[in-house]
Design a protein around this ligand. Structure first.
Ligand code: FES
Ligand code: FES
Length: 159
């Protein structure tokens, strides 16, 4: 199949990749660029475990063709912080035990980060609505919501 050259800015770094027209964004991020925080779950747009930020907006990367993402800026959890220097939202997930098996965690952390950046004063109801697109089979969501509320509180206190 004929290949197309695309360029993405991934976590601040420019990456040029040759893709086939039917290759998905998740395939490029997880398997070609080795960003293992992008999880392959249902691959049908239902579970949200493949969520990344594309040009600042949350998207399910299994539903987007890599060619469609050409020229865009992508953020994955690897771009938020590191083990030694975690981002505020990552610290809050650790503190509030916002994870169990971790399969869904990258997506929730990215949504939490998006909330902090775009709706820092979001109410619990608004947070629940935003988290609606990701499924967690382990936590019952309570600790995830608590983690995001904790990060909101820390952010307010820092101001
Ligand atoms: S893997 Fe993309 S929504 Fe489930
Ligand atoms: S922590 Fe296991 S699926 Fe969410």
């Amino acid at each position: 199949m004929k290949k197309i050259s695309i360029t993405l800015t991934v976590n601040g770094q420019k990456k040029t990749v040759e893709v086939t027209p039917n290759e998905r964004l998740i395939d490029v991020l997880r398997y070609r660029l080795d960003l293992r925080s992008v999880k392959a779950g249902c691959l049908k747009g239902e579970c949200g475990s493949c969520l990344v930020l594309m040009n600042g907006k949350p998207v399910k990367s299994c539903l987007i063709l890599a060619a469609e993402a050409d020229g865009s800026e992508i953020t994955t959890v690897e771009g938020l912080g590191s083990l030694n220097k975690p981002a505020l939202i990552q610290k809050a997930f650790i503190e509030a035990f916002g994870y169990q098996c971790g399969f869904c965690t990258s997506g929730f952390i990215l949504l939490g980060h998006w909330i902090l950046e775009n709706m820092p004063d979001a109410s619990e109801e608004e947070i629940k609505e935003i988290l609606n697109g990701i499924l967690c089979r382990c936590t019952g969501y309570k600790q995830i919501i608590e983690a995001i509320k904790l990060a909101q509180k820390w952010k307010r206190e820092r101001k």
